[in-house]
Ligand binder design. Structure first.
Ligand code: BGC
Length: 467
């Protein structure tokens, strides 16, 4: 089986996870800087983003690695507080922009397309102090930030991702303590969902109205689209999986990609009812106005699909705290015992799930144009990463099958180009095609076996499968 000639291959990173230089040259503090400094105990091996893979100084080497791989594009993110230190448009940090100027020019010099993510979890702390994504003004803050970046790079950047994984930002950052800013309030999580989705839509609108005609770029959003299957074929499990899909996928996909727009009816019903029972006078899930629904509908030139794994779902046997996101969804997740385990506790290999997720997207959202904006595997350190190679081959096989069945996938992005700071897991989970020696002064990078395998697939377009 072969990938078509015009299929695009890329590799990804994000600013906090690789850049380091956390206070260099006028960069402002981000919520991850604050969180990691205040709660060092929350980071598994204590390695945070202060230095990370030091891409702030190693960007030439990063581009060299991308050339070695032979990729068509590089997906990286811009650190909002690096370019607007306190988040607002009136204070632009030229030194910060200079870093991205250099990186982008170096990429283009070698015919590698930059794919820029505007927001990958690192909000300027000053905006957090004003409520962050729970403040409705965050929609305007993001719009202004997006316009500044579009203006600067529209000539050079043709692939844009507004926001990476609203579910992680809101449910894990506001509805739990798993990610910064670790607010842990379910009320704020749904406010966050509304604002983050609207911020995306506004930025899309800005590009469409002010840049699209002249620059003809594409703007999308990256959503975590893992797959959810019932653990066995029973009516209860079928109901449970419907809820899981509505809360994990539909909440973010429906407003943009469905015909009706708006949040899923099932999520609306459940949260409205529970909110009432819990003594709220209005639903914890805020409403979208007619104008907001219109703004969101169709606000993506492609769906950025981050896909890692599959979860098996059944109704929850335990009582979750109420109110909480877990209580709203009311299900329990597990994974196939026989699926190969990665280093991360949540990650097992189940390529068939990618196939099924693609078919689900086709049926529910009418064959959207998709770029896989992330897929990857975590391992221990070491260059002979055969588990990552197996995972890659398996998922490529599934992807090719989905494409045979008319899924409109135009590109694939490996997460990650190199080992980096895996949020609270620090560097205890390695996702890199390239290994980073975090003990070394220069954060030396070395190609893993998987890098060579991917390079070969990109060159030949062919994946050897034994089935
Ligand atoms: C995130 C990345 C993260 C990866 C592995 C994705 O959901 O966007 O930042 O490193 O998962 O956990």
């Amino acid at each position: 089986r072969k990938f078509p000639e015009n299929f695009l291959f890329g590799a990804a990173t994000s600013a906090y996870q690789v850049e380091g230089g956390w206070e260099d040259d006028g960069k402002g503090e981000s919520i991850w800087d604050r969180f990691a400094h205040k709660h060092p105990e929350a980071i598994v091996d204590g390695r945070n983003g202060d230095v990370a893979s030091d891409s702030y100084h190693n960007w030439r080497r990063d581009v060299e690695m991308l050339r070695e791989l032979g990729v068509d594009f590089y997906r990286f993110s811009i650190s909002w507080p690096r370019v607007l230190p306190n988040g607002f448009e009136n204070n632009i940090n030229e030194n910060g922009f200079k870093y991205y100027d250099d990186l982008i020019d170096e990429l283009l010099k070698h015919s590698i397309q930059p794919m820029v993510t505007l927001y990958h979890f690192d909000l300027p702390q000053e905006l957090q102090d004003l409520g962050g994504w729970t403040n409705p003004l965050s929609v305007n803050w993001f719009e202004e930030y997006a316009r500044i970046v579009f203006k600067r790079y529209a000539e050079k950047v043709k692939f844009w991702i507004t926001i990476n994984q609203p579910n992680t930002i809101c449910v894990e950052g506001y509805g739990s303590k798993a990610m910064a800013p670790a607010i842990n309030s379910i009320d704020s999580a749904y406010e966050c969902v509304k604002n983050v989705m609207l911020a995306h839509a506004k930025a899309y609108d800005v590009y469409k109205k002010e840049f699209k005609k002249k620059h003809e770029g594409n703007v999308g959003i990256a959503i975590a689209v893992n797959w959810y299957d019932p653990i066995t074929n029973s009516t209860e499990n079928a109901e449970a999986v419907e809820k899981a899909r509505a809360f994990q996928l539909g909440l973010y996909l429906d407003p943009i990609f469905s015909k009706e727009g708006n949040f899923p009816v099932l999520v609306r019903k459940i949260v409205d009812k529970k909110s009432q029972e819990q003594g709220y006078s209005t639903s914890r899930l805020p409403k979208l106005s007619f104008q907001e629904i219109q703004l969101l509908k169709g606000s993506a030139d492609f769906l950025g699909m981050n896909h890692y794994t599959t979860f098996l779902v059944k109704p929850s046997q335990q009582k979750y705290p109420s109110p909480s996101f877990e209580d709203d969804v009311g299900v329990e997740y597990s994974q196939g015992e026989q699926w190969t385990k990665a280093k991360s506790s949540w990650l097992r290999s189940a390529p068939y799930g990618l196939y099924k997720a693609c078919i689900y997207l086709n049926l529910n959202y009418d064959y959207p144009k998709i770029i896989i904006t992330e897929h990857g595997w975590s391992s221990d350190p070491g260059l002979r990463d055969s588990s990552r190679v197996d995972n890659l081959r398996g998922y490529f096989g599934a992807l090719l099958l989905a494409m045979e069945d008319a899924t409109q996938v135009v590109g694939y992005t490996a997460w990650s180009l190199m080992d980096n700071v895996e949020w609270t897991a620090g560097t205890s989970e390695r996702f890199g095609l390239y290994e980073v020696d975090f003990e070394s002064e220069n954060k030396t990078r070395k190609a893993r076996l998987s890098a060579l395998v991917l390079k070969n697939i990109i060159e030949t377009r062919e994946v050897n499968l034994d089935w």
